[in-house]
Design a protein around this ligand. Structure first.
Ligand SMILES: Nc1ncnc2c1ncn2[C@@H]1O[C@H](COP(=O)(O)OP(=O)(O)OP(=O)(O)O)[C@@H](O)[C@H]1O
Ligand SMILES: [Mg+2]
Length: 355
């Protein structure tokens, strides 16, 4: 177990800069998820921590050691990639033991570690099988087993679940989280999947174009996004954005205007109003809380059982709302859509920063 410090990291490939002054402090035993769109620099950051790539500027510390110049071997970290090719001709046991053999561990120590890891991962009864006789999830667990046996200070994961089907991915997500609770090893986990980020991370670091956007708990990121990018990236269906003006105590846009609560009145000017589909209602019981309603036309619905996702139109403004599952408005009908005014966000139209 170890803390990891990523300090002022820049990375240039030839002339092209792909990371800009990235700073992340990862606590001992913490599970941190790096998330962002394709090409934003997640893998590069992880590879710099691993020592597979050198930073153009900045420092990497593991525990209290400056490892910026150390080789990957000397960093005591283990990395799991998306393509976790197992050796097909070796049994599960041999696959898991292979790295330890190379490192000249004694046979009794190897057996002990492999048996322990197999127990943790529920692989004990498969130890003598070849990978081809395993399911996708079991193979993924063997790949995890290969790194667990090394007892590294830090685990690095780069999209380890993206080759699995949706159901298996959900199952492995839970398994990796439980594994972390058991081992309490520091984990840095890269994904482009915001659901994985929200459900797995103690903290989430969101990158865009090589810049760190926000580093916070899932709860903070969801409820207090620092900017419009973070607000739009996290949450599904996506947050609605409405371009308009904020003046004194009123937000107005082409389609409507309404008064906003006092707590939201600290700014004025051209803004983007953000509201999550979950914060739009078709019924409103909390009449003591500030709300505003407006008529909208139902363009489409997606009945998901527990919820109905409604695609609405107000003039040429499109909104997505999540209604209760028993609410099944007819397509083409008009409904009242209610804004929970305590849940609206405002972003500066120019910079995208939260106001
Ligand atoms: N070896 C390399 N040489 C030149 N450019 C590179 C190299 N590796 C990565 N890049 C560039 O650096 C940027 C960041 O790449 P990186 O692989 O870190 O992205 P990522 O966030 O992991 O994306 P993805 O989700 O697609 O895996 C990209 O623009 C990529 O094209
Ligand atoms: Mg990547």
């Amino acid at each position: 177990m170890s803390k990891v410090s990523i300090k002022n990291i820049d990375k240039l490939y030839d002339e092209k800069q792909v990371l800009y002054d990235v700073n992340l402090e990862i606590n001992d035993g913490e599970f941190v998820v790096l998330v962002g769109p394709s090409g934003c620099g997640k893998s590069t950051t992880l590879r710099i921590v691993a020592g597979l790539e050198t930073a153009s500027q900045g420092v990497i510390e593991i525990g209290d050691d400056d490892v910026t110049q150390s080789s990957p071997r000397d960093r005591d970290i283990a990395m799991v990639f998306q393509d976790y090719a197992l050796y097909p001709h070796m049994s599960v046991r041999e696959n898991m033991a292979f790295g330890l053999k190379l490192r000249k561990f004694s046979q009794s120590e190897i057996n002990k570690r492999v048996n322990d890891a197999a127990k943790i991962l529920g692989l004990t009864e498969y130890l003598e099988r070849k990978p081809r006789a395993l399911s996708g999830g079991q193979r993924q667990r063997v790949a995890l087993g290969r790194v667990i046996v090394r007892k590294p200070k830090v685990f690095l994961f780069d999209e380890p679940l993206s080759n699995l089907d949706a159901k298996l991915r959900n199952q492995m997500r839970v398994e990796i989280k439980q594994l972390h609770q058991r081992l309490e090893t520091t984990i840095i986990y890269v994904t482009h999947d915001q659901i994985e980020a929200m459900t797995m991370g103690d903290r989430i670091a969101i990158l865009k174009d090589g810049f760190l956007q926000q580093y916070d708990s899932p709860n903070q990121i969801y409820h207090n996004p620092k900017n419009q990018f973070v607000a739009g990236f996290i949450g599904s269906p996506q947050m609605n954005f409405i371009s308009g003006k904020l003046e004194a105590n009123t937000f107005s846009c082409e389609q409507f205007s309404f008064k906003i609560p006092k707590t939201k009145q600290n700014k004025s000017g051209d803004v983007i109003l953000g509201i999550r589909p979950d914060d739009l209602y078709d019924q409103w019981f909390a009449t003591d809380k500030p709300y505003s309603k407006i008529n909208a036309k139902v363009k489409m619905i997606e009945p998901l059982g527990a919820q109905t996702i409604a695609f609405l139109e107000i003039g040429d403004l499109e909104l997505t709302a999540t209604f209760p599952g028993n609410s099944l408005p007819e397509i083409g009908s008009t409904v009242e859509v209610i804004f929970d005014l305590n849940a609206v966000h405002f972003f500066d139209k120019k910079t995208g920063d939260a106001l």
